[in-house]
Design a protein around this ligand. Structure first.
Ligand code: FAD
Length: 311
C-alpha cells in the first residue's frame, strides 16, 4: 500500500521519521528498544499501560529478577531505554500500515487519538489476552491463586493442595506436570473432556485424584485470595492454587493486512515479538525475542543506508 492509498493516514511529515517505533513497553518491547537505542537508533516506544501480568505481584523464573514485581521490571527497563535517549508515548495504537514513501517512511502508526507517526520499521510487542474458563469467581482470582504456568507459580505452592481445572483434552497431562510440585493434587474435569481408561489409570497410578462433579464456583477468602472451589455436588474443596489453560488471544488486531517479517516476508518492516507472536514466551524468552528483533531491525536499517549511499 502507498500513502496515496491511505489518505486517512496523513502523517505530519514535519515531525520526526523514527528509525523504529516499538509498540508495547513490556519485556519484549523494552528489550528491543534497548538494543536499538544502544545501537544509536532513534526509537519511539508507544504503550497504553495494560501488561498481561498486571494481575500478579511477583515474577518468578526471571534470572536476576526472581520475585520482583512485574511493574518494577517495566520501570527499570523504561529508565534504561530513556537513559539511551529512547522516547516514550503513553497512548494506544489503533492501526499499523505499511507504505513505501520517498522520504524513507515504511510504516505509519496511527493512534486512537488520531495522531499518526512515521517510522522506518516497527516492532509490535503488544502481548496477549488470557481468555479464562467461564467459571464464576475464577477471573477475580487470576494471578492470586489461579495461574496458567506451573514453572512461574508452582514453586510457591509446593506440597500444598493444588487443583488443575481442565479445559479439554490433554488437561490430564497438565495434572501429571503439576504432580512435580505437589502430591496433594486433584484434576477437576468440569465436563470439559472425557477421560479414557488408560488416562484414568495413569492418573491413579501417580496418586492424582480426579473430581468429575462440575465446578459451580471458585471461592475467595476475606483477603481476596483463593480458598477453594464449590462443586455441583455441594462439596467444598480447600485449595491453595488452581492451574488452568486459558485461550490465548494475541493483541495484534492493529496489524490486520500488514506483512510481518519472517521467511514468507523477508523484506517486511514489521516485526512481532513476545506474547504477541508466541503464547509460550515467558518474561525471559520475551526479553530474548525482543533483543533478537532489535538486532535484526538495526541490520535492516543498515542495509537501506548502504543501498541509499551507493545508488
Ligand atoms: C497471572 C500471570 C502471571 C505470570 N507470571 C509470570 C512469571 O512469574 N514469570 C514469567 O516469566 N512470566 C509470567 N507471566 C507471563 C508474562 O506476563 C509474559 O511472558 C510477558 O508479559 C510477555 O511480555 P510481552 O512484552 O510480550 O507482553 P506484555 O508484558 O503483555 O506487554 C505488552 C504491552 O503492550 C501494550 N499494548 C498492547 N496493545 C497496545 C496498543 N494497541 N497500543 C499501545 N500499547 C499496547 C500493553 O499495554 C503492554 O504494556 C505471567 C502471566 C500472567 C497472566
Amino acid at each position: 500500500m502507498t500513502q496515496q492509498d491511505a489518505p486517512q493516514l496523513a502523517a505530519d511529515t514535519k515531525t520526526e521519521l523514527w528509525d523504529t517505533i516499538v509498540i508495547g513497553a513490556g519485556p519484549a518491547g523494552l528489550s528491543a528498544a534497548l538494543m536499538l537505542t544502544r545501537g544509536r537508533r532513534r526509537v519511539l516506544v508507544i504503550d497504553h499501560g495494560v501488561p498481561r501480568n498486571r494481575f500478579t505481584d511477583h515474577m518468578h523464573g526471571v534470572l536476576g529478577h526472581e520475585g520482583r514485581a512485574p511493574g518494577e521490571l517495566r520501570r527499570i527497563g523504561r529508565a534504561e531505554v530513556e537513559a539511551h535517549e529512547g522516547v516514550f508515548e503513553d497512548a494506544e495504537v489503533a492501526t499499523v500500515t505499511s507504505v513505501v514513501n520517498d522520504d524513507g517512511t515504511r510504516v505509519l502508526v496511527a493512534l486512537k487519538d488520531g495522531r499518526v507517526f512515521r517510522a522506518r520499521a516497527v516492532v509490535a510487542a503488544t502481548g496477549l489476552r488470557d481468555e479464562l474458563p467461564n467459571v464464576p469467581g475464577l477471573r477475580a482470582l487470576w494471578g492470586r491463586g489461579v495461574y496458567a504456568c506451573p514453572f512461574c507459580d508452582g514453586y510457591e505452592h509446593r506440597d500444598r493442595p493444588i487443583a488443575v481445572l481442565a479445559t479439554g483434552d490433554h488437561s490430564d497431562m497438565k495434572a501429571h506436570l503439576l504432580r512435580q510440585w505437589s502430591a496433594d493434587l486433584v484434576l477437576l474435569v468440569n465436563g470439559s473432556f472425557t477421560l479414557g481408561d488408560a488416562e484414568s489409570r495413569a492418573l491413579a497410578a501417580r496418586g492424582i485424584r480426579v473430581e468429575r462433579s462440575g465446578v459451580d464456583e471458585v471461592l475467595a477468602d476475606s483477603d481476596g485470595r483463593l480458598r477453594g472451589v464449590r462443586l455441583a455436588s455441594g462439596t467444598e474443596l480447600e485449595l491453595e492454587a488452581i492451574f488452568t489453560n486459558p485461550d490465548f488471544v494475541p493483541l495484534t488486531g492493529m496489524l490486520e493486512g500488514v506483512d510481518v517479517r519472517g521467511p514468507e516476508h523477508p523484506d517486511a518492516r514489521v516485526w512481532v515479538v513476545g506474547n504477541a507472536g508466541d503464547a509460550r514466551a515467558n518474561v525471559p524468552v520475551s526479553i530474548g525475542q525482543g533483543a533478537a528483533a532489535g538486532g535484526e531491525v538495526a541490520f535492516a536499517l543498515l542495509m537501506d543506508e548502504i543501498a541509499a549511499a551507493t545508488d
